[in-house]
Design a protein around this ligand. Structure first.
Ligand SMILES: CC(C)(COP(=O)(O)OP(=O)(O)OC[C@H]1O[C@@H](n2cnc3c(N)ncnc32)[C@H](O)[C@@H]1OP(=O)(O)O)[C@@H](O)C(=O)NCCC(=O)NCCS
Length: 168
C-alpha cells in the first residue's frame, strides 16, 4: 500500500467527505451520524484552506482513508486552543495510520501557534482513547450523557494536550 499523510487540498474534498460519511454512519464514534450535505462540507474544507487551519488526510493508493484536524473555536480568550477530530475508514484502522495522522496534526497545530489541543471521545471508544493517551493527552473530566444515539445516552471523556514550554 502506498500511503501518504498530506495537508488537505481541493483534490481530497470528495474523498474526505465520503470517508467522514462512512465513519459517521457507524454511529459509534462521531458527533455526526452522516456527513453534512456536500455543499456545506465543501465550503467548510475551503474555509480551512483559506484560513491556513490544520487538517491532514491519509491517502492510500489514491483514496482518502482518513483525516485529522485541529480547528480553532470562537473568542479571543480561546485563540490558543484547537479541537482535534480524527477518523479512519474501517479497513485503514490498526495499522499505525491514526498515530501518523495525529503526529502530523499536532505538529501543525503547534506550528500555527496553538498551545492547547482538546478533544472529546465517547467513553466506550477504547481504541481512540488508547491512541490519545499514547500521544500524551490527559483526561480532564467526564461529560455525562453528552451524546445520544438512537435514544441511548453515552458519556464522553474530555481530554487535552498542552504544548511543552520548549515547543514540542
Ligand atoms: C481511533 C482511530 C483513529 C485510531 O487509529 P488507528 O490507526 O487504528 O490507531 P493506531 O494504528 O495508531 O493504533 C491502533 C492499533 O494499531 C497498532 N499499530 C500501531 N502501529 C502499527 C503498525 N505500524 N502496524 C500494525 N499495527 C500497528 C497499535 O499497536 C494498536 O493496536 P491495538 O488496536 O491492538 O491496540 C481509528 O480507530 C478510527 O478511525 N476509529 C473510528 C473513528 C474514531 O473513533 N474517531 C475518534 C473519535 S473521538
Amino acid at each position: 500500500m502506498n500511503l501518504s499523510i498530506e495537508p488537505v487540498a481541493p483534490a481530497h474534498f470528495e474523498g474526505l467527505w465520503r470517508a467522514l460519511d462512512t465513519v459517521a454512519r457507524e454511529k459509534r464514534f462521531l458527533a455526526f451520524t452522516e456527513a453534512p450535505p456536500w455543499e456545506s462540507s465543501r465550503s467548510f474544507y475551503e474555509h480551512i484552506i483559506a484560513n491556513d487551519q490544520c487538517q491532514v488526510v491519509a491517502v492510500a493508493d489514491g483514496q482518502v482513508v482518513g483525516w485529522c484536524d485541529v480547528l480553532p473555536g470562537m473568542g479571543q480568550t480561546r485563540a490558543h486552543v484547537g479541537t482535534l477530530g480524527i477518523g479512519l475508514i474501517p479497513s485503514a484502522r490498526h495499522q499505525g495510520i491514526g498515530s501518523r495522522l495525529m503526529r502530523a496534526a499536532i505538529d501543525g497545530a503547534w506550528t500555527r501557534g496553538l498551545t492547547r489541543i482538546e478533544l472529546s471521545v465517547r467513553a466506550d471508544n477504547a481504541n481512540a482513547k488508547a491512541l490519545y493517551e499514547r500521544l500524551g493527552f490527559e483526561l480532564e473530566g467526564i461529560r455525562r450523557r453528552s451524546m445520544r444515539v438512537d435514544g441511548v445516552y453515552h458519556d464522553s471523556l474530555a481530554m487535552a494536550l498542552l504544548r511543552r514550554d520548549d515547543g514540542g
